[in-house]
Design a protein around this ligand. Structure first.
Ligand code: PMP
Length: 430
């Protein structure tokens, strides 16, 4: 494959945009090489500016669960555009999408729309602090909840990829209110509660971790977390930015049958437009401005184009509930077959899969937390990434990220991925 135009565009972009990208992990820093500039996408495929076509296993980092440019969503957005792009006033659409989400998810009565997952999580902890009148929060090493200051403490995703989890610019004052625990280790959470009695406003967690690669919660871990939060009168926040309307219609809550106190959303609920949201039961949400004292706002929040894309996507999901089993089964099939291929070749690998998310960790038999994810063979992942890229398969450009499977990934795409993975092994041993 040739990447002439991507290379030229990247050189030009670097002159005007830090690192040539508007979000760090896109820069291919971890895997090396030149990031590919895309120009269009349809169904399961991306097309780059040099006219190379790729099976897409990122799906815009999760939102494109229906595949790219779904005709019904495209039509709905096109029609909506004709009415104007933004009013800065309430619209009927906002109530419609709020109602749909609240009816689909347990334990929430009200929801507030924002423009990103970052905003959703940042606002959720402010609300939790306002509601509980406590200051500290517990987060897990390797979990990513956006780039607001309070969360850039041992964060995953790009922050893990770049090996500088504690970003300069985050003050000591902020950092001291974010306490760390180890994913899948309930004793580590208990210890933090013990040492900070009566001070913990909330525990925030990715119920299926996706930002240190895909790491599912061990059996009983989330249940125990729920119990600990109740015993300590702290709120449990599920960051469902990745898992919301992906693991199930009711998200990870439905997948694991656990109800959190506050839930944050992003990705799928915007259908590819910049949207986030946070939701909770009435008594908590009544603390939010203008009903209550906790301030939160947004010029473009509830933007009609974004709401139309989200509402149409969510309605399609709601009217075809089998989609969740379908994409979960596809992902399971891909993970199982890939594992067999590597195993037969004597390559040590751990493939974590949960719902329609998965990650290949080379050189490990198990990965249950951030430390174990760091011990994976990331050089081997980088080789695998580039081999697949060269052969028309687009994986997330870091071993610390999850793959997202869309409803457009079918047997043909799986077969090609398996075939290229077999060739990768032959290439390795050549
Ligand atoms: N929470 C989680 C679990 C995420 O995966 C992300 C982004 N990948 C965020 C929050 C932040 O969302 P955004 O990039 O839209 O700000």
């Amino acid at each position: 494959m040739l990447y002439q135009r991507s290379s030229a565009l990247f050189r030009e972009a670097q002159k005007y945009i830090p690192g040539g990208v508007n979000s760090p992990v896109r820069a291919f820093k971890s895997v090396g090489g030149v990031p590919i500039f895309m120009k269009s996408a349809k169904g399961a495929y991306l097309l780059d500016v040099d006219n190379n076509k790729y099976i897409d296993y990122i799906n815009s980092w999760g939102p494109m669960i229906l595949g790219h440019t779904h005709p019904i969503v495209l039509n709905a957005v096109t029609e909506q555009l004709k009415n104007g792009f933004s009013f800065g006033t309430p619209t009927e659409l906002e109530t419609e999408i709020a109602k749909l989400i609240i009816e689909s998810v347990s334990g929430i009565d009200k929801i507030r729309m924002v423009n990103s997952g970052t905003e959703a999580c940042m606002s959720a902890i402010r609300l939790a602090r306002g509601f509980t009148a406590k200051n500290k929060i517990i987060k897990f090493e390797g979990c990513y909840h956006g780039h607001s200051d309070a969360f850039l403490i041992k964060a995953g995703s790009g922050a893990a990829t770049f090996g500088n989890p504690n970003s300069p610019g985050v003050t000591q004052g902020t950092a001291q209110d974010t306490l760390l625990a180890v994913y899948n280790d309930i004793e580590s959470v208990k210890a933090v509660f013990e040492n900070n009695k009566g001070e913990i406003a909330a525990v925030i967690i990715e119920p299926i971790a996706g930002n240190m690669g895909c790491i599912p919660p061990k059996k009983g871990f989330l249940e125990n977390l729920r119990k600990l939060c109740d015993e300590n009168k702290s709120l449990l926040i599920f960051d469902e930015v990745m898992t919301g309307f992906r693991a199930k219609l009711g998200g990870a809550q439905e997948f694991f049958n656990i109800t959190a106190d506050i839930i944050t959303y992003g990705k799928v609920i915007g259908g590819g437009m910049p949207v986030g949201a946070f939701a909770a039961r009435k008594e908590i949400m009544s603390f939010l401005s203008p009903e209550g004292p906790v301030y939160q706002a947004g010029t473009l929040s509830g933007n009609p184009i974004a709401m139309r894309a989200g509402l149409t996507t969510l309605s399609l999901l709601k009217n075809d509930l089998q989609i969740f089993d379908r994409i979960n089964t596809t992902t399971q099939l891909l993970a199982t077959e890939l594992k067999n291929i590597f195993k037969e070749a004597g390559i040590k690998v751990c493939i974590n899969q949960c719902s329609s998310m998965m990650t290949v960790f080379f050189g490990r038999l198990e990965v249950n937390n951030f430390e174990e994810a760091s011990m994976a063979d990331h050089n081997m992942f980088n080789k695998y990434f580039h081999y697949l890229l060269k052969n028309g398969i687009y994986l997330p450009p870091s071993g610390y990220e999850t793959w997202f499977i869309s409803d457009c990934i079918k047997q043909a795409e799986i077969d090609k991925t398996l075939e290229i993975s077999r060739k990768f092994i032959s290439y390795l041993y050549k």
